[in-house]
Design a binder for this molecule. Structure first.
Ligand SMILES: [Zn+2]
Length: 282
């Protein structure tokens, strides 16, 4: 049943390489991700970071009073049109024949975790307890829930740290994301993947809503748009995140995923606001 386990077992390359190794027609994307990493760590980029130093996000919700809806810069056509590839993501996310579904979910989820972590790292110095006192996306606040289900109010960087630490723990847990031959995925695998994707979505949404200016200054909005489009089409393809959860970014999703690369106009359009893991401020 898990015939691809042996491939994962013997493969020593990065997850992202493995994903495209299994899917040769999409090898172009290896270059895309390599360029991404090169850009992130180039000297040129570091200069940009230094120049942007001290910039603080403004008008963040503080949990007490609603702030007026700011103009969403990330919806401006001049920015939404920028991608780093015209690749057809809708085809890319589809389960290739002969590949086990859980293997495909594991491989993609792990890859998205790494790339969203990388994308967040580019603006992390601007995402501080002072600039982002709550984990806010537009006017919605997210709270972290600990292992016993206790609600924890935290700053955005703390929330992202909770997300990244717990996802890291899961994707490296051999009992949850098995790589050894003969080891099967747990029954809870799909629900854990869903949980991971939900939290990764929160991080992406926070980058757009609170750190798009910094992303623009770094000229990484093309990368962010590309990553977002790929991620949304992936979670839609396998129904991994409740559409209610992603409603908050429907305006952007509509633009990025309905035209150009990875066209898709169905999915979360009819969903209503509100979700189990966040609290509306108003
Ligand atoms: Zn932030």
């Amino acid at each position: 049943m898990f015939k691809n386990l042996s491939q994962r077992d013997t493969c020593t390359v990065e997850w992202s390489d493995l994903m495209y190794y299994q899917c040769p027609r999409e090898r172009d994307l290896i270059a895309y991700y390599k360029n991404f990493a090169d850009d992130l760590y180039s000297g040129e980029l570091n200069n940009c970071v230094a120049e942007s130093g001290g910039r603080k996000s403004k008008g963040k919700p503080n949990g007490k009073k609603p702030v007026p809806e700011e103009k969403k810069l990330y919806l401006e056509p001049e920015y939404t049109k920028l991608r780093i590839t015209d690749f057809e993501f809708k085809e890319l996310v589809m389960l290739p024949r002969e590949i086990d579904l859980n293997e495909w979910l594991a491989s993609n989820t792990t890859t998205f975790f790494h790339h969203i972590n990388l994308q967040y790292s580019t603006i992390s110095e601007f995402c501080t307890g002072e600039s982002c006192q709550t984990m806010a996306v537009c006017n919605t606040q997210y709270y972290w829930y600990d292992e016993r289900g206790k609600k924890i109010k935290c700053t955005a960087p703390q929330y992202v740290d909770f997300v990244m630490s717990s996802v890291q723990k899961l994707v490296t847990d051999e009992d949850v994301f098995p790589t050894k031959y003969g080891k099967e995925f747990p029954n809870s695998f799909e629900s854990l993947v869903k949980k991971i994707c939900k939290y990764l979505f929160h991080v992406l949404a926070h980058i757009y809503s609170s750190h798009f200016k910094e992303t623009l200054a770094l000229e990484l909005h093309g990368h962010l748009n590309t990553l977002y489009t790929h991620f949304i089409l992936f979670i839609r393809e396998f129904n991994l995140v409740d559409p209610k959860e992603t409603t908050i970014m429907d305006d952007l999703t509509e633009i990025l995923c309905s035209s150009g690369s990875g066209s898709s106009s169905n999915g979360s359009g009819n969903s209503s606001a509100g979700a189990q893991n966040h609290v509306k401020e108003r």
